[in-house]
Ligand binder design. Structure first.
Ligand code: BEZ
Ligand code: FE
Length: 283
């Protein structure tokens, strides 16, 4: 049969002979359906298609192991957020952006540690409990956290800074509780000096992220979550550049009064506290 614009999609699908990996076949064929429909529905011109291909080429050209422009593209197009949303389990804490600054070998620290060295900024006591979806505490859960500083900078982005500062792994106590102090991070921009920045400018969009703390929380036999905690009444909650904010992930930073009992032992006296509990679903 002669190939035409109506049977071409099936012809391309059929050209992939090996169908033994059902999941791979589903992903490939569905992607082909949507890409071919995109071309048909928009009556895409040669110039437009070349523009898209050159944009992707530029994303590849600027990418390095430390800077993955395609992840950034996925973030600003809401694709990362969508994958987070559809993979959140009922009853568990909602997932949110991993971002590009995670290191899997963060220093293990004792509960109560201060993780911000002498960095300027308000000292906040971050505390909470890790539970399962039935409300049982998960003793021994591991809380892995990383964040920007009070100027909105990740130490890993700055030459000469200790990239392990402002990150730590904590093992929760017998009641599944975690607590540590840090500085309150400030908003920062996603990198916008490359093709994704050009796309943002073309769409009259800003590059700011609402200030946040990153977390990966896990426990034996539970499904780990990657998420972020934001702060009530701060900038960009309604227009985070990577669509990471969910109402359920916004915590409240409350000032600590003089002489107030903290209920936990900490290395450094905090100015404020942020209570946030995490809920994990079974694996
Ligand atoms: C972050 O949250 O660290 C981040 C997310 C997306 C792009 C850049 C940074
Ligand atoms: Fe971040």
């Amino acid at each position: 049969m002669e190939i035409n614009q109506y049977n071409l999609t099936d012809a391309v699908k059929d050209s992939f002979k090996a169908k033994d990996d059902a999941r791979f076949t589903l992903l490939l064929e569905t992607m082909l359906d949507h890409l071919h429909d995109f071309v048909r529905e928009t009556s895409l011109t040669h110039e437009e298609w070349m523009g898209i291909l050159n944009f992707l080429y530029d994303c590849g050209k600027i990418s390095t192991p430390e800077r993955h422009e395609f992840i950034l593209l996925s973030d600003v197009l809401g694709l990362s957020a969508l994958v987070d949303m559809i993979n959140t389990r009922g009853g568990a804490t909602e997932g949110s952006n991993l971002g590009p600054f995670y290191l899997d070998n963060a220093p293990v620290k004792a509960l109560g540690a201060h993780i911000a060295d002498d960095r300027p900024g308000a000292t906040v006591l971050c505390m909470g409990q890790v539970r399962d979806t039935l409300g049982h505490p998960l003793p021994g859960a591991v809380v892995d956290t990383w964040q920007a500083d009070g100027a909105g900078t990740y130490p890993i982005q700055e030459e000469g800074q200790d990239k392990y500062d402002l990150r730590a792994k904590f093992t929760c106590d017998d009641e599944g509780r975690y607590f540590y102090t840090t500085v309150l991070p400030m908003p920062y921009t996603v990198p916008y000096d490359g093709p994704v920045g050009k796309l943002l400018r073309a769409g009259d969009r800003h590059a700011w992220r609402a200030a946040h703390l990153h977390y990966i929380v896990g426990a034996p036999r539970m499904r780990p979550i990657t998420t972020e905690v934001f702060f009530a009444n701060t900038d960009y909650l309604d227009n985070d550049a990577v669509f990471g904010v969910r109402d359920s992930l916004i915590g409240k930073v409350v000032r600590i009064k003089r002489g107030e009992e903290l209920g936990v032992e900490v290395e450094k006296q905090p100015d404020a506290k942020l209570a946030f509990d995490f809920v994990l679903a079974p694996a």
